[in-house]
Design a protein around this ligand. Structure first.
Ligand SMILES: Nc1ncnc2c1ncn2[C@@H]1O[C@H](COP(=O)(O)OP(=O)(O)OP(=O)(O)O)[C@@H](O)[C@H]1O
Ligand SMILES: [Mg+2]
Length: 334
């Protein structure tokens, strides 16, 4: 498989009055051409910020650094302004978590798609309009002519998400980042949007990085998964293998907290994960899950988090699990 994106040692921190807080703490992630990778983890684990690092779009007061952020072997951190603009449209398309943040409420949605095409692809007015209509149709928007003239608030959540996808794929990116694209949608619309993303991926051979806090969504849609906790990837591997044999206590707890299909309607309540998600400002060295982990050892609070290979392509950051399997740290990355 050809590597498309490689992130190594990503750190993101926020400056505040009394210093700074690391919220992403040495993240490693890899996406190959054409594959769908899931990024899963609790709220606040750093999923959205990690995605934004790929297009170097940080919120105010945030700084990012990394050993490496490479796209097709090119250093993203070293791109000039002009190169970055091209990178943000032709290499990577992004569906942001908050759909309203990317729409101008005063402009018709079709105009907004067309404007992206004029700016990012260099089409003239008429060509951009024609291509925008075709794009709206390609994301299964019925009566595209009519929808073209709608304002964002006039569309349903599912429709808005389709328009966002149209904008994200308008320049034919090699990677589509979809940050919680279905969280606000009902189950039927959620399934339709996931199916649309999968269809577009197959047709255009782009890779997809799908972010969700819902392991069920990831299991259904992805080839590989990276599990995030406290600003780290704590486990990564083929999604079937991670679901069948989770190799980090956090992944295990996360999978056990998903209500199973058999339990639906039978009022079976799954236990949540005991304890609270970590506050980044209070995290010390070592494993961020140590406080909530049933298998914790004293050394877990001291060791550097690094991923250890347990089988080809399946990595865990838990030294206790790795020890029990006889795996040794190899310094490999996900
Ligand atoms: N603009 C900001 N200013 C200060 N802290 C921030 C800001 N944006 C994010 N953070 C902090 O960074 C951490 C990671 O945030 P991020 O949005 O990446 O999490 P997430 O995994 O995407 O969560 P969610 O599932 O809720 O979307 C959180 O602790 C959050 O509070
Ligand atoms: Mg988020």
């Amino acid at each position: 498989m050809t590597q498309l994106l490689r992130i190594e040692g990503l750190r993101i921190s926020f400056a505040h009055r009394t210093g700074s807080t690391d919220v992403v703490r040495g993240l490693d992630l890899e996406v190959n051409q054409g594959e769908t990778v899931g990024l899963v983890g609790e709220s606040g684990s750093g999923k959205s910020l990690s995605c934004r690092s790929i297009i170097r779009l940080m919120p105010p007061h945030a700084t990012m650094s990394a050993t490496r952020v490479e796209f097709e072997g090119r250093d993203v951190l070293g791109l000039s302004r002009t190169e970055l603009r091209a990178h943000r449209s032709r290499n990577v398309g992004m569906i942001f978590q908050d759909p309203f943040s990317c729409f101008d409420p005063t402009k018709r949605v079709g105009e907004q798609v067309a404007e992206t095409l004029r700016v990012n692809v260099g089409l003239d007015r008429d060509a951009a309009r024609e291509r925008a209509l075709a794009l709206l149709a390609s994301v299964d928007i019925d009566r595209p002519e009519q929808r073209f003239r709608a304002y964002p608030h006039e569309l349903s959540g599912g429709m808005r998400q389709r328009v966002m996808i149209a904008i994200a794929i308008s320049a034919g990116p090699k990677l589509l980042i979809a940050d919680e694209p279905t969280t606000a949608l009902d189950v039927t619309t959620q399934a339709q949007i996931l199916a649309l993303i999968e269809q577009l991926r197959r047709e255009s051979e782009m890779a997809v990085l799908l972010v969700s806090h819902d392991f069920g969504v990831i299991a259904q849609a992805c080839d590989r998964v990276a599990v995030m906790y406290g600003g780290h990837v704590v486990e990564a591997g083929p999604v079937d293998e991670v679901c069948a044999q989770p190799r980090h206590p956090y992944t295990r707890a996360l999978l056990e907290s998903i209500p199973s299909v058999e339990s639906a309607g039978r009022r079976v309540r799954r236990a949540g994960i005991p304890g609270q998600p970590p506050n980044p400002a209070e995290l010390g060295p070592g494993c961020p899950f140590a406080e909530r982990c049933a298998h914790v050892r004293a050394s877990c609070r001291e060791v550097d988090m690094s991923l250890i290979r347990v089988t080809e392509g399946h990595l865990t950051a838990c030294p206790v699990v790795a020890d029990s399997l006889g795996a040794v740290a190899t310094g490999v990355r996900p």
